[in-house]
Write a protein that binds this ligand. Structure first.
Ligand code: BTN
Length: 243
């Protein structure tokens, strides 16, 4: 049984857990959960805002040595699905915005920061950092479109309870992957995508354009078809959704 390490305050649970892994043997599935993160880290070098005691900010360790490096995106997929499955119980309109943000309608409710350690062409360890806006109702940073569970449902939610169900759902999908059912995960991910049907506005480094999602490759690349019928493939950071 994997344990949950509760800590009062740390800069970043991802950094804390990575430090711990350097000096101790930590069981797979172990979680570090902080009541307060003073320097939470987001994607693209951004910071992650979470009011003390109001939100879930935690990191989990996995040892997916059976996953080859060029297919590591499957971990983002299964983690996003685990979180979505739980949030679906509280509200509708939860989707996964490629590559791995969790959205409610057009607003971000959860961010994920996965930091992998590679060895011999496989993933030796994987620190999965998850920030979910739960009971916070005012956001001060310049994050464009945050939303919390409380802003959606009007109710407070017990953080520890939510944490346990999310952990169990993620580990459930992880066992599925280990058991060989990758196809189920890939299909479920694609059918959960934000803006999965229809044309929307995107921007690359040069210009804005209208396109629809055609596919997400095992490498994690997003495949779009433009209004003009051109197929374009993007890595993370090469394209943005215009919201
Ligand atoms: C994003 O930018 O969308 C990713 C945000 C990830 C935030 C979580 S909070 C827990 C863990 N520790 C961190 O420093 N970051 C992640």
């Amino acid at each position: 049984m994997s344990s949950i390490i509760h800590i009062e305050e740390t800069a970043s649970t991802n950094s804390y857990l990575k430090e711990l892994l350097l000096t101790q043997n930590i069981a797979e599935g172990t979680i570090v959960f902080a009541h307060h993160q003073t320097a939470g880290r987001g994607q693209r070098g951004n910071s992650w805002e979470a009011e003390e005691g109001k939100n879930l900010t935690f990191s989990m360790v996995l040892y997916p040595t059976f996953v080859i490096v060029k297919e590591q995106f499957i971990l983002s997929q299964l983690v996003s699905l685990g979180i979505k499955a739980v949030l679906d119980k509280y509200t509708s309109h939860i989707t996964i915005k490629w590559p791995n943000d969790i959205y409610w309608r057009d607003q971000k409710i959860c961010g994920i920061l996965i930091e992998n350690t590679l060895g011999g062409g496989v993933l030796s360890s994987c620190v999965i950092g998850i920030g979910i806006n739960v009971n916070q109702t005012e956001f001060l940073s310049d994050a464009p479109n945050p939303v919390s569970l409380k802003m959606i449902t009007g109710k407070d939610c017990l953080l520890e309870e939510l944490l346990v169900v999310i952990r169990d759902r993620i580990l459930g999908y992880y066992r599925m992957l280990r058991g060989g059912d990758e196809e189920f995960i890939v299909k479920a991910y694609k059918s959960s995508l934000f803006r999965k049907e229809g044309y929307y506005r995107y921007s690359d480094r040069e210009k804005e354009f209208d396109a629809k999602i055609v596919d997400v490759r095992p490498s994690g690349h997003l495949v779009l078809e433009t209004l003009e019928g051109e197929i374009r493939t993007f890595a993370f950071r090469e394209v943005k959704y215009v919201l």
